[in-house]
Design a binder for this molecule. Structure first.
Ligand code: SF4
Ligand code: SF4
Length: 704
């Protein structure tokens, strides 16, 4: 008994006179496990995969700037489970296991410190008294948290498995290993307690409560003799040790590797303002390069390939993917996993017997192709670029931009894209709009509206960039008209470009035709800069995002606003008063456009405006804010037939129906069109409507 007497003997029943070899043997086994882990990492191909990453030629954004900030963020995210907790059930289960293991690991460290450093060198026993009681309470609590967490995960996987989760044997092995570690750990504690402090007269008897986990597990052994308890304890102790070491080695062969890779990926996350950059191809490439886009794995950036290491197959990206949720052959998780499988397959060809990796000439590679092999074309074209996957991923993996790189190859090298897109490209090239309506009529919507033209005004505080939908699409022309009336009424210093305006190029870029995009973008930038434009208001979130981020890469630097940001300000400052109540709105919900919400975090302004109407009752649909569900039109899908699965716009409209919504409010021309169609397709036109926020504001301001 040491000092205060409130303590326990570490290595009780396994160390001491009878067992002099136990301790060295434990360390030998631990060292062996580390060697097996390293061997496993090599055998499981990690080194080969890293060599392949080093061959990657693609360009990337910076990953090692602001190291302190990156480190701080990664630590907060990893230890605070910032993103994981967005899904409360899985998040809490993971948090319990994560922190439980950290505490148990620290507890084992304290044991090591006591037995192998402090005691032999300083002849002191610090694990006693209050410290020991605290240690005992905290480690038992940690064990119970791990137990709860793993049971929650087992229930989810085997009782209430969501359809987007894929169950592989390794998932079961990992969970059962964790369960076995905790249960054998508590059994070791319970057996020891039953043989020692739970015996009458033991000085620690009155402190047994501090080991409450062990106390529960001691209950079944009350009738056993001390001898039998000791023998069972010794057996379970060894079983526990071997399971712990086995779990450690299994890291190399399973998704447990994410314990290391995911934090590294979080550290290397994209920190540019653009949350999902699809890097511009250098304009010189169009003159010199032999190939555009990506059709071979090595053409990705090293970080694209590293992403495949960080994926833990949690499936959160699948759960939120509108393509998957409407039965299309696109699961963002599988895109990442298939890339990893492809990487492994290709490394077998690219790495020679001496372990040297080289770029493979095409004729030497006879494995499956990247496009059409690892990733099917239907998968590539199913993406709406809604960014829900990127937003949801706790490992900060960039899933869909990898598909855009493949689209670039298909579109620019093979002219292999859905045939209905051909006319869209032609329209953009010839008339600078996807409908191919004569470019001369771009400003017709503004006739008789007293809308100032930049060419007449010379300059203005704001350029109102109307975009193709506002200029040419009948439904959305009404929104452009409403905005012009509002800007006039509020006395905003603005002007439009009229026929000098061109398509922003968002759809061309997302379909993969970077050449058409850059042609359109540089033409617009030339016009903007010709008028010394500094501030731009866009009607369309796609134009907003493109001008804000993609034009910047081509030399266009502007302050860009979506119209909802401007209207919110005008209302707040009193320059715009909404005093006419709007009848018949009923229950209304705002549909977050992907490019306004997830891409640009404009969530509040549209809702503020709707709140200022003092009409209708604002509710939220089940998917809202960063979890909003796409309308189905992004990524150029607006111009493609939706032949696979069910229609995304109908799924979103059904969400509105489920929320009892009468008026779906939009702030994006694509969303407005898709949801108007959704209402028609579901034959709900009698009881529902879609309407753009600008139209409501114009009405409430008495401008219609
Ligand atoms: S961007 Fe949207 S549609 Fe594309 S893979 Fe991600 S979640 Fe699915
Ligand atoms: S890509 Fe991210 S969200 Fe998707 S399964 Fe992998 S870790 Fe999970």
């Amino acid at each position: 008994m040491h000092g205060s007497g409130i303590t326990r003997e570490i290595f009780w029943n396994v160390k001491g006179e009878g067992f002099p070899v136990v301790e060295p043997l434990t360390y030998i086994l631990a060292l062996t496990a580390i060697l097996f882990l390293v061997r496993g990492l090599i055998k499981a191909g990690l080194l080969d995969r890293i060599k392949m990453m080093m061959l990657a030629t693609g360009s990337d954004v910076s990953r090692f700037d602001n190291i302190v900030e990156r480190l701080k963020y990664a630590l907060i995210d990893v230890f605070g489970h910032k993103k994981i907790l967005r899904e409360p059930y899985q998040g809490i289960a993971h948090l319990f296991i994560f922190w439980g293991f950290i505490v148990l690991f620290a507890g084992a460290g304290l044991d090591f410190l006591q037995v192998d450093i402090i005691e032999p060198i300083f002849h002191k026993h610090f694990m006693q008294g209050g410290l020991y009681l605290g240690y005992s309470i905290i480690t038992d609590l940690a064990g119970i948290l791990v137990l709860i967490g793993v049971i929650m995960m087992l229930l989810r996987r085997y009782r209430n498995m969501p359809k987007w989760l894929d169950n592989k044997p390794e998932d079961m092995i990992i969970l059962w290993l964790i369960l076995a570690i905790v249960i054998t750990g508590f059994l070791v504690e319970g057996l020891r307690m039953q043989a020692t402090e739970l015996q009458p007269g033991d000085p620690m008897h009155k402190y047994a409560w501090a080991s409450f986990g062990g106390l529960i597990f001691a209950l079944p052994f009350t009738a056993m003799s001390v001898g039998a308890l000791k023998a069972t304890h010794l057996f379970v102790w060894w079983v526990h040790l071997f399971i712990v070491l086995g779990f450690f080695v299994y890291i190399a062969y399973s998704k447990l590797l994410h314990i290391f890779m995911t934090p590294i990926n979080i550290f290397m996350r994209n920190t540019t303002a653009n949350p999902a950059p699809i890097k511009a191809m250098p304009p010189s490439m169009f003159e010199n390069a032999e190939t555009f886009g990506i059709h071979k794995l090595e053409e990705y950036s090293w970080k694209d390939l590293f992403d495949t290491e960080a994926c833990m197959r949690c499936g959160r990206c699948v759960a939120v993917c509108p393509a998957f949720n409407t039965d299309k052959p696109l699961l963002p998780r599988d895109v990442i996993q298939n890339l990893r499988t492809h990487l492994e397959a290709k490394s077998k060809f690219a790495i020679d017997k001496d372990g040297k990796a080289r770029i493979l000439p095409d004729e030497e590679y006879t494995g499956p192709a990247l496009i059409g092999g690892a990733i099917e074309k239907d998968t590539i074209w199913s993406c709406t670029t809604c960014m829900a996957c990127v937003e949801a991923c706790p490992a900060y993996i960039s899933q869909f931009p990898k598909l855009i790189d493949l689209r670039r190859y298909l579109a620019m090298m093979e002219s292999d894209f859905p045939e209905e897109v051909q006319v869209v490209f032609k329209g953009m090239e010839n008339n600078s709009n996807p409908w191919s309506i004569g470019a001369h009529s771009r400003a017709d919507w503004a006739k008789e509206l007293n809308v100032p033209l930049m060419s007449q005004k010379g300059s203005a505080e704001y350029l109102f960039y109307v975009g193709c939908a506002g200029a040419f699409d009948d439904l959305n022309k009404k929104v452009a008209v409403a905005l012009a009336k509002i800007f006039n009424a509020a006395g905003l210093d603005y002007a439009i470009l009229g026929t000098e305006e061109g398509c922003c190029g968002d759809s061309a870029k997302k379909i993969g035709n970077e050449y058409v995009f850059q042609t359109l973008a540089t033409t617009n930038i030339g016009v903007f800069d010709g008028y010394n434009v500094k501030k731009i208001i866009t009607m369309c979130p796609h134009g907003y995002n493109t001008i804000k981020y993609d034009y910047k890469e081509l030399g266009g630097n502007y302050e860009v606003y979506h119209y909802t940001e401007i209207l919110d300000e005008l209302i707040k400052s009193g320059k715009l008063t909404l005093k006419t109540p709007i009848e018949g709105l009923g229950t209304m919900a705002y549909h977050d456009s992907c490019y306004l919400g997830r891409y640009n975090k404009v969530y509040d302004q549209p809702r503020n405006i709707l709140g200022a109407l003092n009409s209708g009752t604002l509710v939220e649909m089940a998917s809202n804010h960063e979890k909003s569900f796409c309308c189905g039109a992004g990524g150029g899908r607006m111009w493609m037939e939706e032949n696979l699965g069910t229609r995304i716009n109908q799924k979103r409209t059904k969400e509105a129906i489920d929320a009892g919504v009468k008026t779906i409010c939009t702030a994006c021309p694509f969303c407005y069109t898709m949801l108007t169609d959704g209402i028609k397709e579901l034959e709900k036109g009698e009881s529902m409507q879609a309407v753009d926020i600008a139209q409501l504001v114009a009405k409430a301001a008495g401008l219609e």
